[in-house]
Design a protein around this ligand. Structure first.
Ligand SMILES: O=C[C@H](O)COP(=O)(O)O
Length: 322
């Protein structure tokens, strides 16, 4: 199997002053974005012998997630065990790999402590959603306090949600100020800005919100909470990575991208990696710049890798978790 790139660090995005001129004239051609996205999903460019490497890479970029009302510390501990050892030993052996782990584990704030304990010594960071996830409709002081709590519990990454009303009303200064305050509250923890794109009304708004989040200092921009009616789609992702590319061209900073919500199949994992590679280059196939937020993707990837190694599929129940 081809070698897998080792993640390496790049300078954090410090943000810029709010500058509407970077996005206020933007026009997004929706039919063109949709057509381009459709080619990504059917691309034959990933040859069969490389598919296993792409799937292992996807595992290393997964934010293995549980964000359910009935989460318990025991469920989080089981998820963390899966994050440490996402593939069964015989699959690892068959692939000729020593160890593979997920990019992070993503949980609600009150589950951060349990996740940190369960991941001790693994090097896997804990990401916490915060700021009134998923709707974000709480006073700003409470949203900032939630970030401080999650950081204090040991979260290394904070997935904030934006206030969709600021986007829908075109109040870019309010959006910028809130995200900048959230970045400050995060301190050394990395901030992923969830745009909840399914609720932003248009791809133009998606581009604008992406740019404002990056100007306010976001380390990552993320599509969705997983709770919107429409979550991660390829046209939305294409719009976001074009904004990310434009921000990089203007500032020199590399921003991460996280599609999340509804990604369930190995095919999805390949399609989004093709998007990253074609639009941004190989650096965006590493976990410091690319994550996939998913609660149920790992099972199908494991199934496909088992097939690659053994030539047959195990029964679905063998890969039930995540
Ligand atoms: O941030 C991650 C999402 O909540 C995951 O969504 P999902 O449950 O549809 O995979």
């Amino acid at each position: 199997m081809p070698p897998i790139d080792t993640p390496h660090l790049h300078p954090r995005n410090p943000g810029t002053p709010l500058d509407l001129a970077w996005f206020d004239k933007i026009a997004v051609n929706t039919p063109a974005a949709t057509a381009r996205a459709a080619t990504l999903a059917t691309r034959r460019s990933v040859k069969k012998e490389w598919q296993a490497a792409w799937l292992v890479n996807a595992i290393q970029c997964i934010d293995l997630t549980t964000l359910a009302g009935d989460d318990t510390e025991a469920r989080v501990a089981r998820l963390c065990a899966k994050a440490r050892r996402p593939l069964a030993d015989h699959i690892l052996e068959g692939l000729g790999l020593d160890a593979v782990k997920t990019g992070a584990v993503c949980v609600y704030p009150t589950m951060v402590g349990a996740a940190v304990r369960a991941l001790d010594g693994s090097g896997i960071p804990v990401a916490s959603v915060a700021t009134g996830f998923p709707a974000g409709l709480m006073p700003l002081n409470l949203r900032l306090a939630e970030i401080l709590y999650a950081v204090e519990q040991g979260a290394a990454e904070i997935d904030i949600v934006i206030n969709r009303a600021h986007v829908l009303q075109g109040d870019w200064a309010a959006l910028y100020d809130e995200i900048a305050a959230m970045r400050e509250a995060c301190g050394d923890a990395h901030i992923k800005a969830i745009l909840a794109t399914g609720e932003l009304g248009s791809l133009r708004n998606v581009y604008k919100a992406s740019m404002v989040a990056m100007q306010a200092g976001a380390d990552f921009i993320k599509t969705s909470t997983g709770k919107e009616t429409v979550n991660a789609t390829l046209p939305v992702s294409l719009t976001m990575v074009r904004a990310l590319r434009d921000y990089g061209a203007r500032t020199g900073y590399k921003i991460g991208f996280k599609p999340a919500g509804g990604l369930k199949t190995a095919k999805d994992a390949i399609a989004w990696q093709v998007l990253m590679k074609e639009e941004l280059g190989r650096d965006w196939l590493r976990s410091d710049l690319f994550r996939i937020g998913a609660s149920s993707l790992l099972g199908d990837i494991e199934r496909q890798l088992e097939h690659y190694v053994t030539g047959r599929y195990a029964s679905g129940s063998r890969h039930a978790l995540a």
